[in-house]
Design a protein around this ligand. Structure first.
Ligand code: PGA
Length: 273
């Protein structure tokens, strides 16, 4: 199996967006909120709230239609990366309503959220489709943030490990290549998304450790230690700091609480160095 080369120092300095696990990553997933004018308004309030201290890596995922405005409004904030919430696995063609990875790149996206639970469960996205999207993202130069997680029923049945492992296994062929060095994972229990219900700390640590062990086993310790694993699901300004202290939690994926500039900046503050 080929291993990724992103761990050598040369690559790290070459690419300012390369994510080292020591640096926490905070992701805002706006879902279907904030069109272009609200995006401008959000940034007008949010950017001045960012402290002068060493910030975590901040990744913003607005609706696709707001990406261009966001990209133009970010200005000098080179610590902020932009991402698209979903892409289609073909790069062009008769696919009404879809966005391609290359189009996302052309309006400033560097990341793509892939396999979010709303895509999997509301839009019926399969593990196979997730794999195709990861593949296309990497081909087009987007860094995939791959979401995995179990439903409540799956957890109650004791199937959490099996489900997460299946989701991970389905994309294995895509991450064993050196091009995929900038992949990120997010553990997002479906039942914790938008519900205000947080898993127990040991449940989060167990899932993150499962993902870390899977990576070590499949792609080697060196490569796997550079891949961040984020936690997502009902993160807010009150629980962010404690979540970030958990082992193998390298950052947070924030939905609802990222829509408000003040709440989101407080979450970022908890992850500041
Ligand atoms: P939430 O959403 O923070 O509103 O629970 C998380 C997500 O989008 O994954």
């Amino acid at each position: 199996m080929k291993h990724c080369l992103m761990n050598n120092d040369e690559n790290k300095t070459e690419d300012r967006k390369t994510i080292k696990v020591k640096t926490k990553t905070i992701v805002a997933n706006w879902k279907m909120h904030h069109g272009p004018s609200e995006t401008r308004e959000f940034l007008g309030k949010f950017l001045p709230l960012l402290s002068e201290r060493d910030l975590p890596r901040i990744l913003l995922f607005p609706p696709a239609i707001s990406l261009e405005v966001m990209s133009a409004s970010i200005g000098k904030h080179t610590d902020i990366g932009l991402g698209i919430q979903n892409i289609y696995w073909e790069l062009e063609g008769a696919f009404t309503g879809e966005h391609s990875a290359t189009m996302a790149v052309s309006v400033g996206a560097e990341f793509a959220l892939i396999g979010h639970s709303e895509r999997r469960h509301l839009f019926g996205e399969s593990n196979h489709q997730v794999k195709n999207k990861v593949s296309t993202s990497i081909t087009a130069g987007l860094k995939p943030v791959v979401c995995v997680g179990e439903t409540k029923i799956e957890r109650v049945r004791g199937d959490t490990e099996t489900i997460i492992t299946q989701q991970l296994d389905s994309i294995l062929s895509e991450i064993s290549d050196q091009k995929s060095g900038s992949i990120l994972f997010a553990y997002e229990p479906v039942w914790a998304i938008g519900t205000g219900m947080l898993p127990e700390p040991d449940e989060i640590e167990e899932a993150h450790s499962l993902i870390r062990m899977w990576m070590k086993e499949k792609i080697g310790e060196v490569f796997s230690s550079s891949i961040p694993i984020l936690y997502g699901g009902s993160v807010n300004e009150n629980n962010a700091k404690d979540l970030l202290k958990l082992s193998n939690v390298d950052g947070l994926l924030v939905g609802g609480a990222s829509l408000d500039p003040m709440s989101f900046s407080k979450i970022i503050e908890s992850a500041s160095l």
